[in-house]
Ligand binder design. Sequence first.
Ligand code: DIG
Ligand code: MN
Ligand code: MN
Length: 388
Amino acid sequence: MSDYSPKPEHKFTFGLWTVGNRGADPFGSATREHKTPAELVYLLGEVGAYGVNFHDNDLIPIDATPAEAESIKKAFRKALDDTGLVVPMATTNLFSDPVFKDGAFTSNDPQVRAYALQKTMQAMDLGVEFGAKTYVFWGGREGTETDSSKSTVTAIQRSREAMNFLCEYALHQKYDLKFALEAKPNEPRGDIYNPTTGHMLAFITSLDHPEMVGVNPEVAHEQMSGLNFMHSVAQAWEAGKLFHIDLNDQYPGRYDQDLRFGSRDLKAAFFLVKFLEDVGYSGSRHFDAHAYRTEDFNGVKDFARGCMRTYLILKEKAARFNADPEIQAILAEINAPDETLTPLFGKFSAEKAAALQAAAFDRTAIASRGLQYERLDQLTIEVLTGVR
Ligand code: DIG
Ligand code: MN
Ligand code: MN
């Protein structure tokens, strides 16, 4: 039996808001009691997590007095010291308070936009204080329930102005921080600007400091848009922009479910884990998910253990796939180069263009080739189901 127990080198992290989620939903109140940040750190230490992340107000309530804030931070710091957990990522809650009802950076109210900058700078200070090196921006209210309210172009320009300002703040403070933008198509009814990772990648190119900014794709969010999550992650990776990742699971066509990792689409989760391990992704494996509302805190620990254990099981399955002789033989055969054509690919030249234009292609013969993808996918299923 392999060892599927989490270790620090696996870099499994959870947000305070994930294991601290109290099981409420739009049609039902909380089913679990409140836990303090320190209590949640001890819980994560018990299940074997590597790190813990937070929104500013997960740690320090928005109306806490300075004395209360210091007391909370002291207890949190002690819990980190006692458990050895680190804080790789921090972020700002720019969505829960009613002041953000029309968004934060994109709000029509300049007071809100100014307050959002102030709150974010303070939250960046807090994150850096606890060692965060990645700063996530998720615009839970950066959108509209009616497009009669504001110009989309203006909203995008406000987003860009805010991101440029905050990049400059990080540089001014000499913070060792990278920004990771997290997309989501809607929350809950309003349409969110920059709704997918692809939109975020395009947006980043328009910033003053694009080198500081990457993406934090989340499984559920891309799948809410009907997209192949691993493809979004691969495109971000190929662009050098996969700065963080939010792992969970999601049924298509549903509102954001933040389910335990791998609990719904095991095949998609397999191809994601295979990709991350094949390319040597070295960032946090952050589970932005929460337990079923039916669970007590033993169930919450089961949820957290399940996220990490499934990741490790799929990591082992990916190694089996890569070592399977029949799978690798098929892949080698269907990816074989054609030495007569190899010189014609790559950078353009007039000679290459002339040779390609003069070449004869037997479309019927080419089209008649069978590619063995049914066999390949069946072998994948058999690796996943443990019969190979
Ligand atoms: C929701 O998917 C968002 C918020 O929980 C948080 O801002 C971000 C960080 O992972 N994910
Ligand atoms: Mn989510
Ligand atoms: Mn997320």
